[in-house]
Design a protein around this ligand. Structure first.
Ligand SMILES: [Zn+2]
Length: 285
């Protein structure tokens, strides 16, 4: 199996919230996701701890473009223009020109944007490659559901799972399905998990957080929880009750899980999914 090493980015001083991975490829060392710009110093320190540094990294292979996974890519490639970025076709334009994404995120996060995510920087088009098919010895395939621009990578039993594989802050065992706006789609999420199962992965690399080796059981529990959350919102549960009930299920670990998958935005993402569905049903009548 290919070598993969998680690096704890110590997001906002917290262990095990966000990872990036140093991975082995047929074209040298690569990063699988890179965290936000605010954790660039811990990413660099983590690489040094693994005996390497950004000057030796040849590729960044992104799961998707959410800032906690991809925010640092622009600043990294500005400093190290030899690095190639791999991202889905839907995500690529936003990495080349992040201004629209940044504007809408700043409206959402307000004053917190800078302390959470830090700088975004445009990436020259020449550095940006589409992650589909074979990428440096890994098979890249679309895995929408959490985000329309999400891909997973598979290589010899190892699946780089991104957020479509859920949040599980190991050694905690709870699984949280992160369902923030704008493009949650429950049907395509299940279809993506079916695509993952078809490859029979032996281990899943989770960004939030760590490598799990009980992949089939993990995916069962993720799908159950995703359907449970969807049912709650679909049946009309209000945001405050949803947050209260979901937080209670995580017990003492609720705050830690919410660093990686905040629950109120998950209610909003599911609400939006059901509203869009209702609108589409009406339009087709
Ligand atoms: Zn995400």
């Amino acid at each position: 199996m290919p070598a993969i090493s998680p690096i704890d980015l110590l997001f906002r001083g917290n262990a095990r919230a966000i990872a990036a991975y140093l991975i082995e490829t047929t074209d040298g060392p690569a990063l699988y996701d890179c965290g936000p710009a605010t954790t660039l110093p811990t990413l660099k320190a983590g690489l040094v701890g693994l005996g390497t540094d950004l000057s030796e990294i040849r590729h960044i292979m992104l799961s998707h473009i959410h800032f906690d996974h991809a925010g640092a890519a622009g600043p990294i490639i500005r400093e190290h223009p030899h690095i190639k970025l791999w991202v889905s076709e839907r995500g690529a334009p936003h990495m080349i020109d992040p201004s629209r994404l940044e504007r809408s995120a700043r409206r959402l996060y307000g004053d917190e944007f800078d302390s959470l995510w830090g700088e975004l920087a445009p990436i020259p088009e020449a550095n940006v490659h589409i992650a589909d098919g074979t990428v440096n010895g890994w098979e890249a395939f679309p895995t929408p559901g959490h985000a329309i621009h999400h891909v997973a990578y598979f290589n010899d039993g190892t699946l780089l799972g991104g957020d479509v594989c859920g949040v599980r802050i190991q050694p905690e065992t709870h699984i949280l399905p992160p369902t923030p706006p704008p493009d949650i789609d429950i049907e395509s999420w299940h279809a993506s998990i079916a695509e993952i199962r078809r490859r029979s992965p032996e281990r899943l690399a989770l960004i939030h957080f760590g490598i799990t080796t009980d992949a089939a059981d993990h995916l069962d529990r993720l799908e159950e929880r995703l359907d449970l959350w969807a049912r709650r919102v679909g049946d009309g549960m209000e945001a405050d009750e949803f947050v209260r009930i979901c937080r209670a299920e995580f017990g003492d670990a609720a705050d830690l899980y919410e660093l990686a998958g905040p629950i109120e935005p998950s209610w909003q993402g599911l609400r939006r999914y059901f509203d869009k569905k209702a609108e589409a049903a009406q339009a087709s009548e």
